[in-house]
Design a protein around this ligand. Structure first.
Ligand SMILES: *Cc1c(COP(=O)(O)O)cnc(C)c1O
Length: 451
């Protein structure tokens, strides 16, 4: 369906659907949204005169702490990580590891290079297969292809993370790892994923880039699988503009990650791994610099505050709309651990979802469909298996030649993403802001649910 472009078209769309007119007044239950209140999209007065908007979280919390850490690096005239004592990157790694409850962390330049590093640590290469959700960020796919292995997609479920029930059918003797991505502040259902992985002796790499600080059954995401990666790019929970981390409890995987990210050496991490016992191998330079480490050292101290506020606001929204008839929320494998970045409703159809988003935005509330990721199998460069060189090992094996991406491999993912409409949250939303969100959803939802 074409998107309706104005109010008239919007109403005609509803009419065409046989929906009750908004003007007739949809029955609403609560104070704050009296029955018959005219929707903003129909020309009524919006819930908010100044639209509510969210901004990247980390920079909202920049203060004297980040400044002090950065000035110390400047004054040290030592922005390269050449030592342990006094290194901001080292202090960040220790603080972040302690927060997650993970033994080993290595800071790197981005979430993407963290994924490359995890693949190298796990010795993933040509002939191997790695299972990914059909909806996640490019980096998950690129890391697999750039090490010469073959990405195999599974559908997501209504949690917006990979559906554990879809995994086993995709496992072959070549499957070496599963990468559950914890997307849009939600957590993947790790118990069944780990059970399948253990049964088939497959490694699990958690991608926590969109869920730093999220928890699953009492454990932080990033402390559950064999390895985990995180990103500290601007749009993540805490940020230094760019930056990443690899974490693991396994000393051997840690040593391989350390070596890969620093031209085969263990120079600064040596004491953490008995001086290094494994052989060096062809590697990269993905080292984090001291300015980045300085900002992240300060930001880690704020992670808990950001998460608590997001979570509390999102819970208020969920609880405040729970009584709406027929309301379906995003599936949450652990509602307590959900980060609350966005509160997603399952509106049943794409048409209804689009109307819901337009109507909410007209009320001055930030709303969008699931974003920040890509339906990877439908991306042209992925569907067409375009690589650096035509002889690339990923797609020159019999399996690589046979595999088909494109829409046909993920119809359920496409359907689910089209039905989800989300209210965008922010750690600095006040109680009044949260009440406006509730009021807007309660005003708009009854009419939308009939559309
Ligand atoms: C952002 C992101 C990455 C990559 O992180 P960068 O720091 O941008 O390289 C990887 N996976 C997911 C799910 C992401 O959202």
């Amino acid at each position: 369906m074409n998107q309706p472009k104005n109010r008239r078209e919007f109403l005609e769309t509803l009419g065409a659907l046989g929906a009750a007119s908004f003007l007739a007044g949809a029955p609403t239950a609560r104070a704050g949204a009296p029955a018959g209140e005219k929707l903003a999209i129909e020309g009524g007065s919006p819930v908010r005169k100044t639209p509510l908007h969210s901004a990247p979280y980390g920079p909202q919390f920049y203060d004297e702490a980040e400044k002090r850490e950065l000035i110390e690096v400047l004054e040290s005239r030592s922005p390269f990580r050449s030592r342990r004592e006094g290194s901001k990157v080292f202090e960040f790694e220790k603080a972040y590891g302690a927060y997650l409850g993970v033994k080993h962390v290595v800071g790197v330049t981005s979430g993407t290079t963290a994924l490359y590093t995890a693949m190298a640590a796990l010795e993933i290469g040509p002939g191997d297969e790695v299972i990914l959700p059909a909806w996640t960020w490019y980096a998950d796919y690129d890391a697999v292809v750039l090490c010469g292995a073959l990405p195999v997609f599974v559908e997501i479920d209504e949690s917006l993370a990979m559906d554990p029930k879809e995994i086993e059918a995709k496992i072959t003797p070549r499957t070496k790892a599963i990468v559950p991505s914890h997307l849009q502040g939600g957590v993947a259902d790790m118990d069944p994923i780990l059970e399948i992985a253990r049964k088939h002796k497959i490694r699990v790499v958690e991608d926590c880039a969109q869920c730093c600080g999220g928890r699953y059954k009492g454990k932080f995401v990033g402390s559950i699988g064999d390895m985990a990666i995180n990103s500290f790019q601007l749009s993540k929970t805490i940020t230094s503009g760019e930056g990443g981390a690899v974490s693991t409890n396994d000393p051997k995987l840690f040593e391989r990650a350390v070596r890969f990210h620093d031209v085969g050496t263990v120079r600064v991490h040596g004491p953490d791994i008995g001086g290094g016992i494994l052989a060096a191998f062809a590697s990269c330079n993905f080292r984090m610099n001291e300015f980045t480490g300085a900002v992240l050292k300060a930001q880690v101290q704020k992670l808990d505050t950001i998460c608590k506020r997001l979570r509390a606001n999102a819970r208020k929204v969920r609880e405040g709309i729970a009584d709406l008839p027929g309301l379906k929320m995003r599936k949450m494998p652990d509602p307590e651990g959900d980060l609350g970045v966005t509160v997603f409703l399952d509106l049943g159809t794409r048409r209804r979802r689009d109307l819901f988003l337009r109507a909410l935005r007209a009320e001055g509330i930030g709303a969008s469909g699931p974003g920040g990721s890509v339906i990877l199998p439908t991306d042209p460069r992925i569907e067409n298996k375009v690589t650096i060189h035509p002889g690339w090992p990923s797609f020159n094996s019999p399996e690589g030649k046979a595999i088909r991406y494109g829409r046909e491999c993920c119809p359920r993912t496409i359907d689910i993403l089209g039905r989800m409409g989300g209210v965008i949250m922010d750690p600095n939303f006040s109680d009044d802001d949260v009440n406006d969100i509730l009021r807007a959803i309660r005003k708009v939802y009854p009419a939308i649910s009939k559309a």
